[in-house]
Write a protein that binds this ligand. Structure first.
Ligand code: PLA
Length: 445
Protein backbone atom coordinates (compact mmCIF):
# COMPACT_ATOMS: atom_id res chain seq x y z
CA UNK A 1 0.00 0.00 0.00
CA UNK A 2 1.37 3.44 -0.90
CA UNK A 3 1.46 5.99 1.91
CA UNK A 4 -1.52 7.91 0.55
CA UNK A 5 -3.67 4.83 0.09
CA UNK A 6 -4.73 4.93 3.76
CA UNK A 7 -7.96 6.81 2.96
CA UNK A 8 -9.36 3.98 0.86
CA UNK A 9 -8.79 1.39 3.60
CA UNK A 10 -11.71 0.11 5.67
CA UNK A 11 -9.63 -0.09 8.88
CA UNK A 12 -10.37 2.85 11.30
CA UNK A 13 -6.72 3.20 12.27
CA UNK A 14 -5.66 3.33 8.60
CA UNK A 15 -8.33 5.99 8.00
CA UNK A 16 -6.99 8.04 10.94
CA UNK A 17 -3.45 7.79 9.57
CA UNK A 18 -4.80 8.80 6.16
CA UNK A 19 -6.47 11.88 7.67
CA UNK A 20 -3.25 12.77 9.46
CA UNK A 21 -1.29 12.33 6.24
CA UNK A 22 -3.72 14.58 4.29
CA UNK A 23 -3.45 17.16 7.06
CA UNK A 24 0.34 17.12 6.95
CA UNK A 25 0.50 17.27 3.18
CA UNK A 26 -2.22 19.91 2.67
CA UNK A 27 -0.90 22.49 0.21
CA UNK A 28 2.31 20.55 -0.44
CA UNK A 29 3.56 18.05 -2.85
CA UNK A 30 2.62 14.68 -1.34
CA UNK A 31 5.49 12.85 -2.99
CA UNK A 32 7.97 15.36 -1.68
CA UNK A 33 6.51 14.95 1.83
CA UNK A 34 6.62 11.18 1.68
CA UNK A 35 10.24 11.40 0.62
CA UNK A 36 10.89 13.66 3.62
CA UNK A 37 9.36 11.04 5.90
CA UNK A 38 11.80 8.55 4.50
CA UNK A 39 14.78 10.92 4.40
CA UNK A 40 17.88 9.61 6.16
CA UNK A 41 18.62 13.16 7.36
CA UNK A 42 15.25 13.65 9.03
CA UNK A 43 16.09 11.81 12.20
CA UNK A 44 14.62 8.49 11.19
CA UNK A 45 17.03 5.73 10.36
CA UNK A 46 19.90 8.09 9.52
CA UNK A 47 21.70 10.97 11.27
CA UNK A 48 20.07 12.68 14.22
CA UNK A 49 18.72 16.21 13.95
CA UNK A 50 20.73 16.78 17.14
CA UNK A 51 23.96 15.45 15.67
CA UNK A 52 25.45 18.97 15.59
CA UNK A 53 25.33 19.27 19.41
CA UNK A 54 28.61 19.47 21.22
CA UNK A 55 29.07 17.71 24.55
CA UNK A 56 28.23 20.29 27.25
CA UNK A 57 30.70 20.63 30.11
CA UNK A 58 29.79 19.02 33.42
CA UNK A 59 28.51 21.31 36.17
CA UNK A 60 31.42 22.58 38.24
CA UNK A 61 29.88 21.43 41.53
CA UNK A 62 27.22 18.81 40.90
CA UNK A 63 29.04 17.26 37.89
CA UNK A 64 27.03 14.16 38.34
CA UNK A 65 27.71 10.92 40.11
CA UNK A 66 25.29 8.04 40.22
CA UNK A 67 25.79 7.30 43.93
CA UNK A 68 24.88 9.57 46.83
CA UNK A 69 28.14 11.42 46.49
CA UNK A 70 28.86 14.23 44.09
CA UNK A 71 32.14 15.52 42.89
CA UNK A 72 33.55 18.50 41.19
CA UNK A 73 34.91 18.02 37.74
CA UNK A 74 37.19 20.22 35.73
CA UNK A 75 35.98 18.30 32.75
CA UNK A 76 34.01 15.22 31.98
CA UNK A 77 37.13 13.10 32.27
CA UNK A 78 37.71 14.09 35.89
CA UNK A 79 34.18 13.09 36.88
CA UNK A 80 34.64 9.81 35.13
CA UNK A 81 37.96 9.46 36.91
CA UNK A 82 36.29 10.09 40.28
CA UNK A 83 33.62 7.53 39.50
CA UNK A 84 36.21 5.03 38.55
CA UNK A 85 38.57 5.94 41.35
CA UNK A 86 38.83 2.69 43.32
CA UNK A 87 40.93 4.30 46.04
CA UNK A 88 39.59 3.62 49.55
CA UNK A 89 40.96 6.98 50.68
CA UNK A 90 39.17 9.12 48.09
CA UNK A 91 37.59 12.15 49.62
CA UNK A 92 34.84 14.34 48.24
CA UNK A 93 34.97 17.94 49.42
CA UNK A 94 33.19 19.34 46.39
CA UNK A 95 29.50 19.90 46.97
CA UNK A 96 28.29 21.65 50.11
CA UNK A 97 26.35 18.76 51.56
CA UNK A 98 26.60 17.79 55.22
CA UNK A 99 28.18 14.47 56.13
CA UNK A 100 28.43 12.77 59.52
CA UNK A 101 31.69 11.83 61.22
CA UNK A 102 31.30 8.52 59.39
CA UNK A 103 31.12 10.36 56.07
CA UNK A 104 27.45 9.53 55.55
CA UNK A 105 24.60 11.87 54.48
CA UNK A 106 22.36 12.81 57.40
CA UNK A 107 18.58 12.78 57.65
CA UNK A 108 17.70 14.85 60.71
CA UNK A 109 15.74 13.16 63.47
CA UNK A 110 13.09 15.89 63.39
CA UNK A 111 12.65 15.30 59.68
CA UNK A 112 12.08 11.57 60.30
CA UNK A 113 9.52 12.44 62.98
CA UNK A 114 7.72 14.94 60.76
CA UNK A 115 7.60 12.42 57.93
CA UNK A 116 6.22 9.81 60.31
CA UNK A 117 3.42 12.21 61.26
CA UNK A 118 2.69 12.93 57.63
CA UNK A 119 2.47 9.31 56.50
CA UNK A 120 0.32 8.22 59.40
CA UNK A 121 -2.19 11.01 58.75
CA UNK A 122 -4.68 9.28 56.43
CA UNK A 123 -6.51 12.52 55.77
CA UNK A 124 -3.56 13.86 53.80
CA UNK A 125 -4.09 14.03 50.08
CA UNK A 126 -1.90 14.58 47.04
CA UNK A 127 -3.90 17.27 45.22
CA UNK A 128 -2.10 20.11 43.47
CA UNK A 129 -0.98 22.90 45.75
CA UNK A 130 -1.97 26.45 44.84
CA UNK A 131 0.44 28.22 42.45
CA UNK A 132 2.11 29.95 45.42
CA UNK A 133 2.53 26.67 47.32
CA UNK A 134 1.59 25.60 50.83
CA UNK A 135 0.10 28.60 52.65
CA UNK A 136 1.17 27.59 56.16
CA UNK A 137 4.71 26.88 54.98
CA UNK A 138 4.88 30.34 53.39
CA UNK A 139 3.75 32.10 56.56
CA UNK A 140 6.15 30.14 58.77
CA UNK A 141 9.06 30.65 56.37
CA UNK A 142 8.56 34.42 56.38
CA UNK A 143 8.58 34.36 60.18
CA UNK A 144 11.68 32.23 60.32
CA UNK A 145 13.71 34.59 58.19
CA UNK A 146 12.20 37.97 59.12
CA UNK A 147 11.50 37.23 62.79
CA UNK A 148 8.20 36.34 64.46
CA UNK A 149 7.69 39.96 65.52
CA UNK A 150 8.52 41.52 62.16
CA UNK A 151 6.42 44.66 61.57
CA UNK A 152 6.48 43.92 57.83
CA UNK A 153 4.66 40.62 58.47
CA UNK A 154 2.24 42.21 60.94
CA UNK A 155 1.37 44.88 58.41
CA UNK A 156 0.87 42.29 55.62
CA UNK A 157 3.57 43.89 53.54
CA UNK A 158 5.32 40.61 52.75
CA UNK A 159 4.38 38.17 50.06
CA UNK A 160 5.95 34.70 50.30
CA UNK A 161 5.75 31.96 47.69
CA UNK A 162 7.03 28.42 47.99
CA UNK A 163 9.66 27.70 45.34
CA UNK A 164 11.99 24.90 44.34
CA UNK A 165 14.65 25.35 46.99
CA UNK A 166 17.08 28.28 46.93
CA UNK A 167 17.80 28.00 43.22
CA UNK A 168 14.12 28.09 42.27
CA UNK A 169 13.49 31.04 44.59
CA UNK A 170 16.33 33.01 42.98
CA UNK A 171 15.04 32.12 39.52
CA UNK A 172 11.45 33.18 40.23
CA UNK A 173 12.61 36.38 41.96
CA UNK A 174 14.96 37.13 39.06
CA UNK A 175 12.24 36.71 36.45
CA UNK A 176 9.81 38.81 38.47
CA UNK A 177 12.39 41.62 38.60
CA UNK A 178 13.19 41.28 34.90
CA UNK A 179 9.49 41.75 34.11
CA UNK A 180 8.53 44.44 36.61
CA UNK A 181 11.53 46.28 38.03
CA UNK A 182 12.75 49.43 36.31
CA UNK A 183 16.41 48.27 36.22
CA UNK A 184 17.44 45.11 34.44
CA UNK A 185 20.95 44.66 35.87
CA UNK A 186 21.77 42.66 38.98
CA UNK A 187 25.16 43.22 40.59
CA UNK A 188 26.55 39.99 42.01
CA UNK A 189 29.57 39.53 44.29
CA UNK A 190 32.93 38.51 42.92
CA UNK A 191 33.55 35.67 43.62
CA UNK A 192 30.14 34.12 44.15
CA UNK A 193 28.33 30.79 43.85
CA UNK A 194 28.89 29.67 40.24
CA UNK A 195 25.18 29.28 39.51
CA UNK A 196 24.24 32.90 40.30
CA UNK A 197 25.16 34.46 36.95
CA UNK A 198 23.49 31.65 35.02
CA UNK A 199 20.26 31.83 37.04
CA UNK A 200 19.86 35.58 36.64
CA UNK A 201 20.87 35.69 33.00
CA UNK A 202 18.26 33.07 32.13
CA UNK A 203 15.73 34.96 34.24
CA UNK A 204 16.19 37.90 31.88
CA UNK A 205 18.57 40.13 33.85
CA UNK A 206 22.05 41.36 33.01
CA UNK A 207 24.67 40.37 35.57
CA UNK A 208 27.62 42.52 36.56
CA UNK A 209 30.27 42.69 39.27
CA UNK A 210 29.43 45.22 41.95
CA UNK A 211 31.51 48.19 40.82
CA UNK A 212 29.70 51.54 40.64
CA UNK A 213 26.14 50.24 40.68
CA UNK A 214 23.96 52.97 39.17
CA UNK A 215 21.08 54.36 41.25
CA UNK A 216 18.30 51.82 41.68
CA UNK A 217 20.25 48.71 40.57
CA UNK A 218 19.56 45.29 42.03
CA UNK A 219 22.32 43.90 44.28
CA UNK A 220 22.63 40.27 45.25
CA UNK A 221 23.80 39.73 48.83
CA UNK A 222 24.73 36.46 50.53
CA UNK A 223 22.77 36.70 53.79
CA UNK A 224 25.38 34.68 55.72
CA UNK A 225 28.15 32.12 55.18
CA UNK A 226 29.28 33.62 51.87
CA UNK A 227 29.91 30.96 49.26
CA UNK A 228 32.73 30.36 48.37
CA UNK A 229 34.80 32.67 50.60
CA UNK A 230 33.25 32.04 54.04
CA UNK A 231 33.86 35.73 54.73
CA UNK A 232 30.86 37.69 56.05
CA UNK A 233 30.64 41.40 56.89
CA UNK A 234 30.37 42.22 60.60
CA UNK A 235 27.07 43.69 61.79
CA UNK A 236 28.70 47.17 61.76
CA UNK A 237 29.76 46.63 58.17
CA UNK A 238 26.26 45.41 57.28
CA UNK A 239 24.91 48.62 58.73
CA UNK A 240 27.23 50.62 56.48
CA UNK A 241 26.18 48.53 53.48
CA UNK A 242 22.53 49.09 54.37
CA UNK A 243 22.91 52.87 54.64
CA UNK A 244 24.84 53.08 51.40
CA UNK A 245 22.39 50.90 49.52
CA UNK A 246 19.36 52.75 50.78
CA UNK A 247 20.94 56.11 49.98
CA UNK A 248 21.42 54.98 46.37
CA UNK A 249 18.00 53.37 46.13
CA UNK A 250 19.59 49.96 45.41
CA UNK A 251 17.30 46.93 45.61
CA UNK A 252 18.70 44.18 47.92
CA UNK A 253 18.13 40.59 46.84
CA UNK A 254 19.28 38.31 49.67
CA UNK A 255 20.30 34.73 49.02
CA UNK A 256 19.81 32.87 52.30
CA UNK A 257 20.99 29.34 51.63
CA UNK A 258 22.72 28.73 54.98
CA UNK A 259 20.55 30.19 57.78
CA UNK A 260 21.79 28.54 60.98
CA UNK A 261 24.96 27.16 59.43
CA UNK A 262 27.11 30.23 59.95
CA UNK A 263 26.75 30.80 63.68
CA UNK A 264 24.62 27.83 64.70
CA UNK A 265 21.76 30.24 65.48
CA UNK A 266 18.87 30.87 63.10
CA UNK A 267 18.21 34.34 64.49
CA UNK A 268 21.83 35.50 64.44
CA UNK A 269 22.26 34.44 60.82
CA UNK A 270 19.09 36.29 59.79
CA UNK A 271 20.20 39.59 61.35
CA UNK A 272 21.53 41.30 58.20
CA UNK A 273 18.19 40.72 56.43
CA UNK A 274 16.22 41.92 59.45
CA UNK A 275 18.29 45.12 59.53
CA UNK A 276 17.20 45.93 55.99
CA UNK A 277 13.57 45.06 56.70
CA UNK A 278 13.53 47.14 59.89
CA UNK A 279 14.18 50.35 57.96
CA UNK A 280 10.85 49.96 56.16
CA UNK A 281 12.45 49.60 52.71
CA UNK A 282 11.85 46.90 50.14
CA UNK A 283 13.88 43.76 49.46
CA UNK A 284 13.72 40.20 48.15
CA UNK A 285 14.81 37.09 50.05
CA UNK A 286 15.43 33.62 48.63
CA UNK A 287 15.39 30.93 51.34
CA UNK A 288 16.58 27.34 51.11
CA UNK A 289 15.91 24.43 53.46
CA UNK A 290 18.43 22.21 51.68
CA UNK A 291 21.25 22.67 54.14
CA UNK A 292 19.69 23.74 57.42
CA UNK A 293 17.03 20.98 57.39
CA UNK A 294 19.04 18.60 55.25
CA UNK A 295 16.22 18.57 52.68
CA UNK A 296 18.53 18.78 49.66
CA UNK A 297 16.60 16.52 47.34
CA UNK A 298 13.15 17.66 48.45
CA UNK A 299 13.76 21.01 46.74
CA UNK A 300 12.03 23.18 49.28
CA UNK A 301 12.52 26.91 49.60
CA UNK A 302 10.70 30.22 49.57
CA UNK A 303 10.84 33.62 47.96
CA UNK A 304 9.69 36.57 50.06
CA UNK A 305 9.22 40.05 48.68
CA UNK A 306 8.98 42.73 51.33
CA UNK A 307 6.99 45.74 50.10
CA UNK A 308 6.12 49.12 51.54
CA UNK A 309 2.35 48.58 51.60
CA UNK A 310 -0.05 45.63 51.88
CA UNK A 311 -1.91 46.44 48.65
CA UNK A 312 1.38 46.43 46.72
CA UNK A 313 2.33 43.07 48.25
CA UNK A 314 -1.00 41.67 47.04
CA UNK A 315 -0.38 42.83 43.49
CA UNK A 316 3.21 41.56 43.61
CA UNK A 317 1.88 38.12 44.55
CA UNK A 318 -0.60 38.16 41.66
CA UNK A 319 2.31 38.81 39.27
CA UNK A 320 4.51 36.14 40.88
CA UNK A 321 1.79 33.64 40.03
CA UNK A 322 2.11 34.63 36.38
CA UNK A 323 5.83 33.86 36.55
CA UNK A 324 5.35 30.51 38.29
CA UNK A 325 2.35 29.04 36.48
CA UNK A 326 3.99 28.61 33.06
CA UNK A 327 7.34 27.62 34.64
CA UNK A 328 6.33 24.63 36.79
CA UNK A 329 2.64 25.31 37.54
CA UNK A 330 2.82 24.78 41.29
CA UNK A 331 5.46 23.49 43.71
CA UNK A 332 5.76 20.03 45.32
CA UNK A 333 3.88 19.25 48.51
CA UNK A 334 6.04 16.86 50.50
CA UNK A 335 9.10 18.92 51.46
CA UNK A 336 7.05 21.98 52.33
CA UNK A 337 4.80 19.83 54.54
CA UNK A 338 7.82 18.49 56.44
CA UNK A 339 9.04 22.04 57.06
CA UNK A 340 5.57 23.21 58.14
CA UNK A 341 5.24 20.35 60.66
CA UNK A 342 8.61 21.22 62.20
CA UNK A 343 8.15 24.99 62.27
CA UNK A 344 4.64 24.86 63.75
CA UNK A 345 5.45 22.50 66.65
CA UNK A 346 7.45 24.07 69.48
CA UNK A 347 9.07 20.78 70.52
CA UNK A 348 10.08 19.79 67.03
CA UNK A 349 11.30 23.30 66.35
CA UNK A 350 13.53 23.23 69.45
CA UNK A 351 14.82 19.80 68.54
CA UNK A 352 15.64 21.11 65.06
CA UNK A 353 17.65 24.04 66.43
CA UNK A 354 19.71 21.58 68.50
CA UNK A 355 20.39 19.32 65.54
CA UNK A 356 21.28 22.34 63.42
CA UNK A 357 23.67 23.58 66.08
CA UNK A 358 25.20 20.09 66.18
CA UNK A 359 25.93 20.26 62.44
CA UNK A 360 27.35 23.80 62.68
CA UNK A 361 29.52 22.82 65.65
CA UNK A 362 30.89 19.76 63.88
CA UNK A 363 31.93 21.96 60.96
CA UNK A 364 33.60 24.42 63.34
CA UNK A 365 35.48 21.58 65.01
CA UNK A 366 36.66 20.39 61.57
CA UNK A 367 38.07 23.88 61.00
CA UNK A 368 40.00 23.68 64.26
CA UNK A 369 41.27 20.16 63.57
CA UNK A 370 42.45 21.02 60.06
CA UNK A 371 44.15 24.19 61.29
CA UNK A 372 45.89 22.28 64.08
CA UNK A 373 46.93 19.49 61.72
CA UNK A 374 48.60 22.00 59.36
CA UNK A 375 50.31 23.71 62.28
CA UNK A 376 51.58 20.36 63.58
CA UNK A 377 53.07 19.65 60.14
CA UNK A 378 54.69 23.08 60.00
CA UNK A 379 52.97 23.74 56.70
CA UNK A 380 54.27 27.04 55.31
CA UNK A 381 51.78 29.92 55.15
CA UNK A 382 49.20 31.58 57.34
CA UNK A 383 46.25 29.20 57.68
CA UNK A 384 44.26 31.19 60.24
CA UNK A 385 41.59 31.85 57.59
CA UNK A 386 40.53 28.22 58.05
CA UNK A 387 39.30 29.03 61.55
CA UNK A 388 38.17 32.57 60.78
CA UNK A 389 35.95 31.72 57.83
CA UNK A 390 32.27 30.99 58.41
CA UNK A 391 29.84 28.35 57.19
CA UNK A 392 30.27 25.25 55.11
CA UNK A 393 33.26 26.20 53.04
CA UNK A 394 36.92 27.08 53.42
CA UNK A 395 38.36 29.10 50.59
CA UNK A 396 41.83 27.64 50.97
CA UNK A 397 43.77 29.79 48.53
CA UNK A 398 45.02 26.71 46.69
CA UNK A 399 45.31 27.28 42.94
CA UNK A 400 43.88 25.05 40.18
CA UNK A 401 47.22 23.31 39.60
CA UNK A 402 47.49 22.48 43.30
CA UNK A 403 43.90 21.25 43.37
CA UNK A 404 44.55 19.08 40.38
CA UNK A 405 47.68 17.62 42.02
CA UNK A 406 45.72 16.81 45.19
CA UNK A 407 43.08 15.04 43.13
CA UNK A 408 45.65 13.04 41.22
CA UNK A 409 47.97 12.13 44.04
CA UNK A 410 45.68 12.12 47.07
CA UNK A 411 42.25 11.35 45.55
CA UNK A 412 40.82 14.53 47.09
CA UNK A 413 38.10 16.21 45.03
CA UNK A 414 37.18 19.89 45.35
CA UNK A 415 36.26 22.84 43.16
CA UNK A 416 39.16 24.23 41.12
CA UNK A 417 38.98 27.58 42.94
CA UNK A 418 40.34 25.79 46.03
CA UNK A 419 37.03 25.73 47.90
CA UNK A 420 36.60 22.78 50.24
CA UNK A 421 33.39 21.72 51.90
CA UNK A 422 34.24 21.44 55.60
CA UNK A 423 31.01 19.49 56.06
CA UNK A 424 32.52 16.67 54.03
CA UNK A 425 35.48 16.25 56.42
CA UNK A 426 35.73 14.07 59.52
CA UNK A 427 38.31 13.54 62.27
CA UNK A 428 39.46 10.46 60.34
CA UNK A 429 40.00 12.30 57.06
CA UNK A 430 41.57 15.52 58.41
CA UNK A 431 45.13 14.03 58.52
CA UNK A 432 44.85 12.88 54.90
CA UNK A 433 43.76 16.37 53.77
CA UNK A 434 46.46 18.02 55.87
CA UNK A 435 49.10 15.72 54.34
CA UNK A 436 47.90 16.62 50.87
CA UNK A 437 47.87 20.38 51.54
CA UNK A 438 51.30 20.17 53.14
CA UNK A 439 52.71 18.24 50.18
CA UNK A 440 51.22 20.56 47.61
CA UNK A 441 52.35 23.83 49.19
CA UNK A 442 55.87 22.57 49.77
CA UNK A 443 56.09 21.55 46.10
CA UNK A 444 56.70 24.20 43.49
CA UNK A 445 53.53 24.10 41.35
N1 PLA B 1 22.73 29.88 47.01
C1 PLA B 1 23.97 29.55 47.41
C2 PLA B 1 24.90 30.63 47.84
C3 PLA B 1 24.38 28.20 47.41
O1 PLA B 1 25.62 27.90 47.80
C4 PLA B 1 23.48 27.20 46.99
C5 PLA B 1 23.89 25.76 46.97
C6 PLA B 1 22.19 27.61 46.61
C7 PLA B 1 21.85 28.96 46.63
C8 PLA B 1 21.14 26.66 46.12
O2 PLA B 1 20.80 25.66 46.93
P1 PLA B 1 19.46 24.85 46.74
O3 PLA B 1 18.87 25.19 45.41
O4 PLA B 1 19.88 23.42 46.80
O5 PLA B 1 18.59 25.27 47.86
N2 PLA B 1 25.25 25.49 46.76
C9 PLA B 1 25.80 24.12 46.87
C10 PLA B 1 25.13 23.13 45.94
C11 PLA B 1 25.60 23.61 48.29
C12 PLA B 1 25.02 23.53 44.51
O6 PLA B 1 26.00 24.01 43.91
O7 PLA B 1 23.93 23.36 43.97
C13 PLA B 1 27.32 24.22 46.62
O8 PLA B 1 28.00 23.19 46.74
O9 PLA B 1 27.82 25.32 46.34
Amino acid sequence: MKTNDFSSSTSPSDRRIGALFRHLTAGTDADRVSSVFASPTSGGAGGSVFAHLVQAPEDAILGYLPTFSFSFSFSFDVTVAYNKDPSPIKLNLGVGAYRTEEGKPLVLNVVRKAEQQLVSDRSRIKEYLPIVGLGEFNKLSAKLILGADSPAIRENRVTTVECLSGTGSLRVGGEFLARHYHQKTIYIPQPTWGNHPKIFTLAGLFTRRPWCCPQGSIVLLHACAHNPTGVDPTLEQWEQIRKLMRSKGLMPFFDSAYQGFASGSLDTDAKPIRMFVADGGECLVAQSYAKNMGLYGERVGALSIVCKAADVAGRVESQLKLVIRPMYSNPPIHGASIVAVILRDRNLFNEWTLELKGMADRIISMRKQLFEALRARGTPGDWTHIIKQIGMFTFTGLNPAQVSYMTKEYHIYMTSDGRISMAGLSSKTVPHLADAIHAVVTKAL
